[in-house]
Design a protein around this ligand. Structure first.
Ligand code: C2O
Ligand code: CU
Ligand code: CU
Length: 493
């Protein structure tokens, strides 16, 4: 690829107009880094484009397996009316269909690379053999089809999938190769809104860069945490409007941006309920008024929507623990309206906020089992882990199959990072020696670590021993990951 921007690249922009675009973006507006055409707070109440919902991926049962087919594609998408972007998607030109399968089911997924560049398909948050994980070790060359088949052994969760080719993950995810992978189980479905697209709504957040007025297009600027766009689209919809038909709606939010963090809140100031984190449901709904999600993290939230209510889901300024200049450049001071939400016309009955959610996943981490004897320490520097950059030929850590370890991760740099481990769902037992806040107290695979912070993790490893094929752990700020902030672990029998 000749360009280095990670976001969808606008099409047909001459070098001259691209330069004009950059010039415009360099101007620092009052109270913000961007000339935000953007979505300044207060605009969201006028959004009128119906929120698009990624389709469910069709499947067929063959020999006891649920079989899916995906094809990665390059194309052009008008992410903003009248403005074509060079984009990528699975089974379409931008984003991807939602995969849905039940806990316990066997799935088989055929992934065809219909693009002109190599790719992979990584099942983020899924516990499966490393040889099926879709890392750079399972590259799919253009025209080839790769198949992964496994049994889903984990409980209900909102997982996701995206490419993971070495050096190209930021670009491919940023252009739209990202989809949800929902693991269902009947116990969870009974207690919660679970009619997909009706009261169970995916919200995939990505930021793109457009110029003031939306007619010209710019290039995202590199901040200390990666490339930050000035406009957020939700499921690919710019200025999206969701009109509820029920009084209780479950949103499954995925931060699919490569760098931008979102601090979710409601314009009414109302609380919402956190139902689940990356790897599954909490023991019970937890009321929250704000929720910070860094790239790669998911949250399931439940909103009570009285008839006729009008509100805006937005992202509020937040603290990433960086210097003032770095905070501004990273978009952490931005107020962004994401989604207009309107309650049903007449009050609808149905679900109540449940008292309990999951019997298997207590909110607070279990006491450390005696078997978690192995303790490892990791430091995150500006773009390295323990002083090293990624080497596909080096396995950095070897763990025992089915063991649980304590990992302590310290961010010694001046940049915010997060930490994602493949092939596991872990617990955050402490953040800076204190109990984690609610958003980190559930089952996680990705956790934000601010400069100077230390996180203690309890990490259960899979039974899938394979000394030759490693899993990855890395910062999910994908520009950092691309710079080599990634390492590999293998599971030994
Ligand atoms: Cu979401 Cu290593 O990835
Ligand atoms: Cu992953
Ligand atoms: Cu990082």
């Amino acid at each position: 690829m000749s360009d280095h921007t990670s976001g969808p690249r606008p099409i047909g922009i001459s070098r001259r107009s691209a330069l004009i675009g950059l010039g415009g973006l360099a101007v620092v507006g009052v109270g913000g880094y961007w000339l935000t055409d953007g979505m300044p707070r207060g605009e969201g109440s006028s959004y009128t484009t119906p929120l698009s919902i990624p389709p469910l991926l069709p499947s067929e049962i063959i020999d006891g397996e649920r079989v899916f087919r995906l094809s990665a594609q390059q194309g052009e998408t008008h992410l903003v009316p009248g403005v074509p972007f060079a984009t990528m998607g699975f089974n379409g030109t931008y984003l991807a269909p939602t995969i849905r399968a039940a806990s316990g089911e066997r799935v088989r997924i055929h992934v065809t690379n219909g693009m002109r560049v190599p790719t992979t398909a990584h099942w983020h948050g899924m516990i499966l053999p490393a040889s099926l994980d879709g890392t750079p070790h399972q590259t799919i060359i253009p025209g080839e089809t790769w198949t992964a088949a496994w049994q889903i052994t984990q409980p209900a969760a909102t997982l996701w999938y995206h490419p993971h080719p070495l050096g190209q993950t930021e670009l491919q995810v940023g252009r739209g190769l990202a989809g949800l992978f929902l693991v269902d189980d009947s116990e969870a479905d009974a207690a919660l809104p679970s009619e997909y697209g009706v009261d169970d709504i995916p919200l995939i957040l990505q930021d793109i860069t457009i110029q003031s007025g939306g007619t010209q297009v710019g290039t995202p600027t590199l901040s200390p945490i990666g490339r930050i766009g000035n406009t957020v689209i939700v499921n690919g919809t710019h200025r999206a409007w969701f009109r509820a038909t029920t009084g209780l709606v479950r949103f499954r939010v995925l931060n699919a941006s490569t760098a931008r963090c979102y601090n979710l809140e409601l314009s009414t100031g109302d609380a919402f309920y956190l139902l689940g984190t990356d790897g599954g449901l909490l023991a019970k709904p937890e009321p929250l008024s704000t929720l910070l999600l860094s790239p790669g993290e998911r949250a399931e939230i439940l909103l009570r929507l009285p008839a006729g209510v009008e509100m805006v889901l937005r992202s509020a300024p937040h603290d990433l623990g960086m210097s003032n200049g770095d905070t501004i450049a990273s978009g952490a001071r931005d107020s962004l309206d994401l989604l207009r939400i309107t309650g049903a016309a007449t009050s609808a009955g149905g679900h109540r906020v449940p008292d309990a959610l999951s019997s298997t996943m207590p909110l607070r981490a279990d006491p450390v089992p005696a078997s978690a004897a192995t303790e490892r320490h990791f430091t995150l520097e500006n773009s390295t882990i323990n002083g090293r950059t990624m080497d596909l030929a080096r396995i950095d850590t070897v763990v025992a199959a089915s063991s649980t370890e304590r990992w302590t991760v310290t961010n010694t740099s001046s940049r915010a990072h997060n930490f994602h481990i493949h092939g596991t769902q872990f617990r955050v037992t402490a953040m800076n020696r204190q109990p984690p806040e609610t958003k980190d107290a559930g089952v996680k695979d990705t956790v934000l670590i601010r400069p100077g912070s230390t996180v203690d993790l309890l990490v259960p490893f899979s039974a899938y021993a394979d000394q030759a094929t490693p899993y990855m752990y890395h910062c999910h700020l994908l520009w950092h990951e691309e710079q080599g902030m990634m390492a590999q672990y293998a599971v030994a029998s």
